[in-house]
Design a protein around this ligand. Structure first.
Ligand code: MTE
Length: 391
């Protein structure tokens, strides 16, 4: 580490030991140290920074464990952030139900609660990488994912309260933002593990993540997790809204589009070292990363230092939960030679994360969504790192 000024180092008494610090009331809501000021969400200027369509990215290379802090989860808004006064917000449930509901936030909180840790990944995560290596940093290549603990009511309980008619097959959740986001959700998912959440990581949802209510669909593409949830219409067939026709479908090589690609397939990325987090020392090196699968738990992660020729098992550490981020480590000695770092996730269904070449062979070149191909980081002899692809 650099030592620009040795006056605070042993054997001297540091300046912060020589006077009293601030007392408790100076920070009624805690914040990170001012020396962590570069740990922030970032955007890509040319991508989408307008209020009609904006996206920021989680600083994955600066985070530990599996839980994303509430201020650092990526954001994706199609009409900006709705700043909602909960007293003036209602959740309406109507359509093919016996008893339409008009619920206040307080009403929603009177139902039995569940707590669930789940990752949310945008279907467009890594989409800019479809045609080749482009963005230099896992924050940008993989940062459209976050993982928090949600608290809320199972959607099933609300639907039971409303009483589903026998022909109820689909739901249309709608957001209260200027984009009025709507997606068709099959009833099976709603009755399985969907949650109407009002809290994340123990406190109320943040405005950018849907305060006061958002839909949580564990394992499914983030676009369907409607924020600022104001209405759920129950119907007997899908609506084919803009977000599930011209967007969030994948154009295949034969010109046909794949529709309703809900689940996120197994994926992983090495977060450290990576382009924004180069290696500073030869010798013992901690490699760390994240793996996740929308189809269940992560069974294992393999790591390669030579572009996929040889693989070794990484060590999973911390909770390994269904449809949540999973942390992995691989420690090794770096002698200064160039490396091609890769990770490959395996989930409980037996699915193995594919190479980018294998993905393109199947899906062609016209896709953006659902790019879960294996990422390669090229470590140079000086420790700097580039985003590359290997044949
Ligand atoms: N819900 C509403 N109402 N409006 C939106 O723009 N964006 C969707 C989804 N839900 C969106 C929305 C998209 S594309 C994604 S990937 C996730 O919210 C992002 O959630 P986050 O901003 O909490 O990360």
């Amino acid at each position: 580490a650099e030592t620009p000024d040795a006056k605070n180092l042993p054997p001297n008494v540091p300046e912060w030991s020589q006077a009293l610090g601030e007392g408790v009331v100076s920070r009624p809501y805690g914040r990170p140290s001012k020396f962590e000021a570069d740990v922030i969400r970032r955007d890509v200027e040319w991508l989408t920074a307008s209020r009609q369509s904006s996206v920021s990215f989680t600083p994955l290379h600066q985070l530990e464990g599996i839980i994303t802090p509430n201020g650092l989860g990526f954001e994706r808004h199609h009409g900006g952030i709705a700043e909602i006064d909960p007293a003036e917000h209602r959740l309406m449930i109507h359509g093919l139900v016996e008893k339409p509901l008009m619920l206040t936030l307080e009403d929603v909180k009177r139902f039995p609660r569940v707590n669930r840790i789940a990752f949310l990944e945008c279907a467009a995560n890594s989409g800019m990488e479809w045609k080749g290596a482009q963005l230099n940093g896992c924050q940008f290549t993989h940062g459209m994912v976050h993982c928090v603990m949600y608290t809320g009511v199972p959607l099933r309980r609300l639907l039971e309260e409303a009483g589903l008619k026998t022909n109820a097959k689909w739901l249309l959740p709608e957001g209260a933002d200027a984009a009025a986001m709507t997606r068709s959700v099959p009833i099976e998912k709603a009755l399985d593990d969907a949650i109407v959440a009002y809290a994340m990581n123990g406190e109320a949802l943040y405005p950018e993540h849907g305060y006061p209510l958002r839909l949580v669909l564990p394992g499914w593409q983030g676009n369907m997790w409607v924020k600022w949830l104001r209405r759920i219409k129950v119907g007997d067939e899908p609506w084919h809204t803009r977000e599930e026709t011209s967007k969030y479908t994948a154009l295949m090589p034969d010109g046909q589009a794949r529709r309703f690609t809900w689940a996120m397939d197994a994926k992983s990325v090495i977060t450290n070292p990576s382009p924004q987090a180069p290696i500073h020392h030869k010798g013992f090196t901690v490699l760390s990363g994240l793996a996740w699968s929308g189809r269940g738990t992560i069974k294992g992660v393999d790591v390669s230092l030579d572009g996929g020729r040889n693989w070794r098992a990484a060590r999973l550490d911390g909770p390994v939960l269904d449809k949540a981020l999973t942390r992995f480590y691989y420690e090794f000695d770096w002698n200064g030679d160039p490396l091609l770092l890769q990770s490959r996730a395996l989930d409980e269904t037996g699915y193995v994360q594919p190479t980018k070449a294998a993905l393109r062979q199947h899906r062609g070149l016209n896709s953006i969504y659902h790019n879960n191909g294996i990422q390669t980081w090229h470590v140079l002899p000086n420790g700097e790192i580039e985003n590359v692809e290997v044949a």
